[in-house]
Design a protein. Structure first.
Length: 306
């Protein structure tokens, strides 16, 4: 990806015009609405599709959830695309509907993830990061891959608990979060009434889409050092993955400086390359979701599933 702005530690300054940080955000912004439009098109075309086509659409739906949570939706959390805040709120709602997850609640959980950086269990028996690999590990080891991937979805706090936590410091965001939640319920209740078979088929792929995101998360942090700021993530520089996932592969760089724009990741990598080598940043040769196929990477010790 091109890097239209200079890499740096400071927060990018807002610019006049449609986009807050970079005109390159026209790409993920368009993808938000294309994603939602394709989901609507699948619903409208349902009666004209045979079952293999419907299943193919459901598989694509699940894959798109995992993709967006770790690309478009993820980048929107750190650097909202638009200079005009109402347009950001509309985009947050669009992400909410396409992902089936309130974007504002996802933002809260994700920022707690950054606060802890997949931290180890503390003296109080918990982790700061609600999705830390160590949360259900033992003996200083991370949770096994597939236990984490398939069980983490069911460990999230309920929406009202998350909304209450947001409200403690940001009441306006809590209202937005609950608005998104109730909108999801209303929209999907209508879809259920109109075509329950559509919802019944999509539901397991909705879950599997989140599992894909947790698979990515496991390999983004397994083997990283949560106590070393520059090494709290695991990076991969596989070009196709980074092109499709908007440079999500630069994950050690992202956790080190989370406000740096997605177009600047390659420049940040060059800027911090020597420091990363000194602190031992772990890297993969393949996309994060294919981490299990990278036989060159040292094995990460895991605890017994519990």
């Amino acid at each position: 990806m091109a890097a239209p702005q200079k890499s740096g530690r400071e927060k990018p300054k807002a610019k006049l015009g449609l986009f807050r940080y970079s005109g390159w955000d026209a790409i993920p912004a368009a993808l938000v609405y294309i994603h939602l439009g394709l989901l609507l098109a699948l619903f409208l075309a349902w009666s004209h599709l045979d079952w293999p086509e419907r299943i193919a659409g459901a598989v694509a739906y699940g894959a798109a959830i995992g993709w967006s949570l770790d690309s478009v939706s993820h980048n929107f959390i750190h650097n909202p695309f638009f200079a005009w805040e109402p347009l950001n709120r509309l985009t947050s709602l669009a992400l909410t509907l396409s992902l089936g997850t309130p974007q504002t609640m996802y933002k809260y959980v994700h920022m707690r993830h950054h606060a802890g950086n997949s931290d180890r269990i503390g003296a109080d028996g918990t982790t700061i990061d609600p999705i830390s690999l160590y949360q259900y590990g033992a003996d200083g080891k991370v949770e096994p891959t597939w236990s984490y991937v398939f069980r983490q979805f069911f460990r999230d706090d309920g929406p009202f608990t998350v909304a209450a936590k947001i409200r403690a410091k940001r009441p306006k965001e809590a209202r937005q979060a609950l608005f998104e939640f109730w909108t999801i319920l209303a929209v999907y209740a209508v879809l259920l009434a109109l075509n329950w078979k559509f919802i019944a088929l999509m539901a397991p792929f909705y879950y599997l889409g989140h599992c894909l995101s947790f698979l990515i998360a496991w390999y983004e942090h397994a083997g990283a050092d949560p106590d070393e700021p520059a090494a709290t993530g695991v990076s991969t520089y596989e070009p196709v993955y980074n092109w499709v996932f908007l440079n999500n592969g630069y994950h050690a760089e992202h956790h080190h400086r989370p406000k740096v724009h997605w177009t600047q990741m390659s420049a940040l990598r060059e800027e911090t390359r020597d420091h990363q080598a000194r602190v031992g940043v772990r890297t993969l040769k393949v996309a994060h979701f294919l981490g299990f196929a990278d036989w060159t990477a040292p094995r990460v010790p895991t605890a017994k599933a519990r």
